[in-house]
Design a protein around this ligand. Structure first.
Ligand code: FAD
Length: 515
């Protein structure tokens, strides 16, 4: 088998592996699933970011965990082949790519697990690492009236893909990120071993794989915590002119006990203009809502702030009960009273809200254009300065898409995982979701992202990139900070030859890892 792999890899260009070589490769790997030449399919060499493209050797559609283990083992017996798990390819900077290596299409395993469990009275679902969160949602709600507790804003992402990063949305202040909401994983390590791990069993692999950027293993199954699914959601947006008031209210809401706050808390910055994408029209939740700029105080600056919250309720709740609960929570907040928008939607509709944005963007061609996104976790200590310089000056006209900002609580994140965070209990996620690369070129937008990071460094802000992208080991070391040694030790234990997730550009394929 290895002789065959070696011949194909050395003698042919990944762009043009002849069909008979693909079938030889397929036979030698002895897979239940299928294998396609990487150059021909194209999809394995691209991602949502649209900034990078590479030519993998082959795209593998495994039928299950055994196939994945076989591919990793085969790669480990060569001197240079790498393996990238590809979730739904929604990375920005080529993180799920393998130049000249194997790309494993995890989506082909999406149906492999779907098993509800009750352990000590709590509900869980075992799902495939290749399942989309939107399918997990629909199936859990329709079959069991249960649902995971912590989400991402957009759900056409895979379970393994978000667990390899963190998985953050407006529920994370209460339940932590998605990495805090799984209790067991099945992982194929870089040695090709299939290992079940949890907090108590193979715990180094369990914690290491969570937020591990795909470096320690390929997550083939996850056990996700569930809660009773509400029927409905009151979805609300309120507007602020002052950043200090916006952050004070957002922080107040995320630090209250359950029952004393909303079930979802997010926020975004928008430009104080009539721009249809970046300005006032981006705030109303419904075409029937009107954003009347006459209500904006004259003192307002170049940007405004929107707090987005939601309250769960049941069909059996009386409308007046929901109204009272919402009023009781809103009356403690200092937003512009006449700039309040609300809508009742089903719980599933609420969680699938970004799907509509996707459909719209697909229709106007923006979905497939490049997305030079930037996601940062910034400590509360630096967020006022960040607003003053970055939002109010550098980005005052917007980024052609949402500029999210909302607080999270460090105590809801498990420090034993591989995720790295700024110091302090309260930190903010800032997400610049650039959509319309008309006007400034993509290079200019990427350069602006670098400028923002450079400014954060210059000002000494305590921050970490989320969905990080670095190209030098020094930068990665700085990113991991005092967690670098632990991360390298875990890499050495579980993927000693650095076969996995080469697109992250952290470790070079080798036989021995050098710290
Ligand atoms: P991929 O991009 O395919 O893979 C990401 C990384 O994980 C790669 O290194 C890959 O090799 C590795 N990987 C993939 N599958 C596995 C696996 N099974 N086991 C081990 N490693 C694996 N993130 C949030 O936290 N919150 C959000 O609200 C949010 N919204 C988003 C909205 C959109 C429109 C997009 C495009 C992205 C959003 N993201 C969000 C980012 C998202 O979490 C990342 O893109 C993430 O990488 C998941 O995408 P994916 O499943 O397509 O994984």
């Amino acid at each position: 088998m290895i002789a065959c792999l070696g011949r194909i890899v050395h003698d042919t260009d990944a762009d043009s592996i002849p069909d008979d070589d693909v079938s030889t490769l397929s036979e030698s790997l002895d897979l239940q699933g299928t294998i396609e030449s990487g150059g021909i399919t194209g999809v394995a060499g691209k991602d949502f970011g649209g900034l990078y493209s590479v030519k993998p050797l082959a795209l593998i559609k495994p039928s299950g965990t055994e196939d994945i283990a076989r591919v990793v083992k085969a790669a480990s017996q060569t001197s240079h082949l790498t393996v990238a798990a590809r979730g739904n390819g929604h990375s920005i900077n080529g993180q799920a790519m393998a130049d000249g290596g194997f790309v494993i299409d995890m989506r082909s395993t999406e149906e492999n697990h779907f098993k509800p469990l009750t352990i000590d009275g709590s509900h869980y679902i075992d799902v495939s690492g290749g399942a989309l969160w939107e399918d997990v949602l629909k199936r859990c709600v329709s079959m069991f009236r249960l649902a995971p507790r912590s989400w991402t804003d957009y759900l056409s992402l895979t379970v393994g893909g978000t667990l390899s990063n963190a998985g953050v949305s407006g529920q994370a202040f209460r339940f932590g990120p998605q990495t805090s909401n799984v209790t067991e994983l099945e992982v194929v390590t870089g040695k090709g071993e299939i290992t079940v791990c949890s907090k108590t069993q193979n715990s180094e692999l369990f914690f290491g794989a969570l937020g591990g950027l795909g470096q320690l293993g390929i997550i083939t199954r996850a056990r996700v915590k569930l809660q009773p699914a509400p029927d409905m959601v009151r979805w609300i947006r309120v507007v602020y002119t002052e950043f200090e008031e916006f952050t004070r209210d957002a922080e107040f809401l995320v630090t209250q006990e359950e029952g004393e706050s909303f079930d979802y808390v997010e926020g975004f910055v928008f430009s104080n203009s009539d721009d249809p994408i970046n300005g006032w029209p981006s705030v109303p939740l419904d075409p029937d809502h009107e954003f009347n700029p006459a209500y904006i105080p004259q003192t307002a600056s170049s940007v405004l702030y929107c707090l987005e919250v939601a309250l769960h309720y049941r069909n059996s709740d009386r409308p007046s009960t929901v109204d009272t609960a919402v009023s009781r929570l809103l009356e403690r907040l200092g937003f512009i009273q006449r700039l309040k928008f609300q809508l009742n939607v089903s719980y599933v509709e609420f969680l699938l809200r970004v799907k509509q944005v996707e459909e719209h963007a697909k229709a106007n061609g923006n979905w497939d254009s490049p997305h030079p996104w930037l996601n940062i976790f910034i400590s509360k200590s630096g967020i006022v300065d960040f607003d003053r310089t970055v939002f109010r000056k550098m980005l005052k006209d917007g980024v052609g898409g949402p500029m999210l900002i909302y607080p999270l609580l460090r105590s809801k994140w498990d420090s034993r995982t591989s995720v790295v965070l700024p110091e302090g209990e309260i930190f903010y996620i800032v997400a610049l979701l650039r959509f319309v690369p008309k006007g400034p070129t993509v290079e200019k937008l990427v350069a602006q992202n670098h400028e923002i990071i450079k400014w954060c460094n210059k000002e000494g802000l305590d921050f970490k990139l989320y969905l990080p992208h670095y190209q030098s080991k020094e930068d990665w070391k700085r990113h991991f900070g005092n967690q670098w040694t632990r991360f390298v030790e875990r890499k050495t234990s579980f993927d000693p030859m650095a076969i996995l997730a080469p697109g992250q550009q952290i470790f070079k394929r080798t036989h021995i890892i050098k710290p």
